[in-house]
Design a protein around this ligand. Structure first.
Ligand code: AMP
Length: 380
């Protein structure tokens, strides 16, 4: 008899975890998601939904009473509430791992204390701190919200003295940190997993291209030297050994101009830059996450085909219902997330362009360029 899996968050990540779980009925017999949006993506693929805010204590308690094991697709859960329901259900990654990772200041402090390279950062208590530290850091620098920030929405780039006040006001009293700007050559990430028995596996290094702070495209594998790949994968493994908790972790890093690696941030969950694994790899990150939290042996992370993942983002020109995309091509796998309403830059879907016939990354990039116009969302 399989277990009942509770997931905090039923967006596209919860949806793809639920789809992977449906292929493992002997291990997972039921999926319940907690999400505030009625008819959320995960509920459209057979998960039962509790409609409530991610931080709604009563709803989390209800979820824990119904679940054998709880995981999450967002890192903004309340780690204290999760800790309090550990008697009802196993929580993976653990509330303690979540507590550290979900606060960018605690996370970076923890990584630095463990000799893992991160960009310079300082905790901010007031605007005077920002002014003083900028004298040392220089411009530009990034003011960041410590918590509840994703897709770049928690960052403000300060280019000069003139926009310190604007940057500070933008966060409306949230807890902050200031980070030195890293003039990186490339953004890369490693999707890593640890199962409840301590086995660790990492996926090959991938390259991430962002637009307006949002991931637009992932190239698997990253176009870097073997030396850079080895360094980044070693740092990701080291981060995994110090950060406790079972599940998938998305480890985002910068490759600097002199080919050093610094970690930007770690997400304690399946990650957008791992979506390529649905078609490129022997085990998808979603199946791997389940294997990890259920204490099963981790699957192979071998990359079988060069692949580019391209995100379908909402148009900046409108908000509302949109026409279905018409995009088909050999070895193109389109996945829409069932979101009815498009909003500017909202993640509505993605596709994987897979080099099943041995195509090089350059060939895939050429093909992608011809497909991009068809990947834009039109108003109904
Ligand atoms: P974050 O939400 O902190 O992951 O940041 C979103 C994006 O902002 C990253 O993917 C980078 O493109 C950029 N970014 C964040 N921190 C830095 C930094 N210290 N230096 C340069 N760019 C950064």
């Amino acid at each position: 008899m399989g277990k009942t899996l509770g997931i905090i968050g039923g967006g596209q990540l919860g949806m793809m975890i639920a789809e992977a779980a449906k292929k493992m009925p002997q291990d997972v017999s039921e999926i319940i998601v907690l999400d505030p949006t009625e008819n959320c993506p995960a509920s459209q693929v057979g998960a039962t939904q509790i409609v409530a805010d991610f931080k709604d204590k009563d709803a989390i308690i209800r979820l824990s009473e119904k679940s054998d094991i709880i995981t999450y697709e967002i890192e903004s859960g309340d780690s204290d509430v999760l800790k309090s329901v550990e008697k009802n259900a196993e929580i993976n990654p653990s509330p303690e791992a979540l507590r550290i990772i979900q606060d960018k200041y605690l996370q970076k402090t923890f990584l630095r204390e463990n000799n893992i390279p991160v960009s310079d950062f300082v905790k901010i208590e007031n605007i005077e701190d920002v002014k003083n530290i900028l004298k040392e850091f220089g411009y530009p620098a990034l003011l960041k919200a410590r918590r509840d920030a994703y897709d770049g929405r928690g960052n403000y780039k300060i280019d000069s003295e003139n926009n310190i006040q604007e940057a500070y006001d933008y966060f409306k009293g949230q807890k902050l940190l200031l980070e030195k700007f890293v003039p990186f050559k490339m953004e890369v990430s490693v999707i890593a997993s640890r199962n409840t028995k301590g086995q660790i596996k990492t996926y090959p290094l991938v390259e991430n291209i962002h637009e307006e702070n949002i991931l637009r495209q992932t190239i698997a594998p990253a176009r870097v030297s073997e030396d850079v790949t080895k360094k980044a994968e070693a740092i990701a493994e080291k981060a995994m050994t110090v950060l406790k908790g079972a599940g998938i972790f998305g480890i985002e890093m910068f490759v600097t101009q002199d080919d050093s690696i610094v970690i930007n941030e770690v997400a304690p969950r399946v990650h957008n830059s791992g979506h390529h694994s649905l078609q490129s790899s022997e085990t998808s990150q979603f199946e791997q996450h389940l294997r990890a939290i259920l204490g099963l042996k981790l699957g192979s992370t071998k990359l079988i085909h060069n692949t580019i993942m391209y995100n379908i983002l909402g148009s900046k020109k409108f908000q509302g219902e949109y026409k279905p995309l018409e995009i088909s091509e050999d070895n193109l796998f389109l996945k829409m997330y069932g979101k009815k309403i498009s909003k500017p830059l909202r993640k509505l879907g993605h596709f994987n362009l897979v080099g099943s016939n041995g195509e090089s990354i350059d060939q895939l990039i050429e093909k992608l360029d011809t497909l991009k116009p068809k990947a834009s969302v039109q108003s109904i």
